[in-house]
Design a protein around this ligand. Structure first.
Ligand code: FAD
Length: 414
């Protein structure tokens, strides 16, 4: 005969019934749970929760749903359990054994994904050098280093703000050469982009050093890149100067470094004596519809909820956005097939995706996983696209499109 398990509690139905009886008599009333089980449970008061989260009453109430979590006393009183996000420890490299420079593009002042990937690659070299790591990553760009601390920067050299919009690669290259002379870094990494690659080649030519371009993997003793259309892999000992291919390194997540400003003598970064040899370089306006969906930054997309195609085209023009759509609208011939976003269309990584009348089927959402900001216009509040969006307008697409066009024209006229 098997022995009863040591952990199994014997149930005494009579004793449990007695514990739950709140009204004895001919018709006893029982609690649904044993009294002991509910004694610590507080009732949730939705009104109190709403009140705690209210940050602005007029003209329209606004709520900050993190506030009821922050007001720990009241949330505890309401029986709401909120797990505090664990603080990310600050990594300090006080006495770096060596330096790895990361010269960033920061187009338009923003830290791009490619910039973050370059910092991640630099971190790899700083944390696991052939002598076991202990290096520090020094980022170099216009703007402050604050935004770079969570990307992995230990020190930051800020280039003059006026350089952000000027295309003067000679000046950046001169600043990079001056920084190399001042800091003697072990490695200098650049994004393998149009601007970053240009500066890197100028720096390599000035230093008379070899540049290893398009790096796709890095280890302390080996850097590789692909060639011959991806059919060959070329390996090399990491050189001092390297450009980092786009999307080869995952940006860091869950780290916090100092990004401490590095004060250097002005000549090290100013490069004033450099006279630009390019005269009047400026960015050209391109037809957004001529760009491929994978390289455009702003997409205006239509789904089956769009019927006013004239307004859709006008809005695309007014916004300067590239037009795209769901499979349903491409199947119906409203847009060419190469404009289809999704699993069986193009996977896009735009900065902004403005979706009119798109339900948000899984196959469509797969195409926009890399989009930074999604704005959805849909009549159905419960549409999946609304759940994915950072900003939603629950309204008829045919009403919102002309209203937006009007607004843009008024603003331009002003
Ligand atoms: C193998 C496979 C691959 C697929 N690949 C893709 C793909 O790559 N890309 C893709 O998009 N789909 C793809 N699909 C199809 C996908 O499953 C959906 O059918 C499609 O995405 C739906 O398109 P939709 O959201 O435009 O249309 P619907 O599903 O018809 O949704 C229309 C939306 O518009 C809203 N709406 C209606 N009227 C209005 C109005 N007046 N104003 C505002 N909103 C309104 C509705 O509330 C609804 O949310 C694929 C399917 C399969 C089986």
């Amino acid at each position: 005969m098997s022995q009863p398990s040591a952990t199994r509690r014997r149930v005494d139905p009579r004793a449990e019934r007695a514990a739950r009886t709140v009204l004895a008599g001919p018709r006893p009333r029982l609690l649904r749970q044993p009294a002991a089980a509910i004694s610590n449970e507080r009732r949730r008061d939705p009104r109190a929760i709403r009140e705690a989260a209210l940050v602005q009453r007029q003209p329209r109430p606004r709520y900050d749903w993190t506030r009821d979590a922050a007001s720990a006393g009241s949330s505890a009183a309401m029986g709401v359990f909120v797990a505090a996000a664990p603080a990310i420890p600050l990594q300090v490299i006080a006495e770096p054994a060596y330096l790895v420079l990361a010269l960033l593009d920061r187009p338009g002042g923003e830290v791009s994904d490619h910039d973050r990937q370059v910092i991640a690659a630099a971190r790899l070299l700083a944390d696991s050098g052939s002598d076991g790591g202990g290096g520090a990553v020094v980022t170099v760009s216009t703007g402050s280093g604050e935004a770079l601390a969570e990307a992995g920067s230990d020190r930051h050299v800020a280039l003059p703000d006026g350089w952000a919009d000027d295309y003067v690669p000679e000046r950046r290259a001169a600043a990079a050469s001056a920084l190399m002379a001042a800091l003697s870094p072990r490695h200098v990494l650049f994004p393998d982009s149009a601007d970053g690659g240009d500066v890197a080649r100028r720096v390599a030519a000035a230093a008379g050093e070899r540049l290893f371009t398009g790096v796709q993997s890095l280890a302390p003793d080996r850097a590789t890149r692909q060639s011959a259309g991806g059919s060959l892999e070329t390996g090399h000992r990491p050189t001092r100067l390297m450009t980092v291919a786009a999307d080869a390194f995952a940006p860091l997540d869950g780290v916090r470094h100092e990004a401490r400003p590095l004060d250097l003598a002005a000549p090290a970064i100013a490069g004033e004596e450099v006279l630009p040899r390019l005269g009047g370089a400026r960015r050209l306006a391109v037809d957004p519809d001529a760009l491929s969906l994978s390289e455009t930054d702003f997409i205006l997309s239509a789904g089956n909820g769009v019927t006013d195609w004239r307004s859709f085209a006008e809005l695309g023009e007014a916004l300067g956005a590239t037009r795209a759509g769901s499979r349903v609208v491409c199947d119906a011939g409203h847009l060419p097939r190469e404009r289809q976003v999704g699993a069986s269309g193009t996977v896009v990584g735009a900065r902004c995706y403005l979706a009119f009348g798109i339900a948000g089927a899984p196959q469509h959402l797969q195409g926009i996983t890399g989009v930074h900001h999604v704005i959805a216009v849909n009549t159905d509040l419960h549409a999946e696209m609304i759940k994915r969006a950072d900003l939603s307008i629950v309204a008829d697409a045919q009403a919102v499109m002309p209203a937006l066009i009007r607004l843009i024209r008024e603003r331009r006229h002003d």
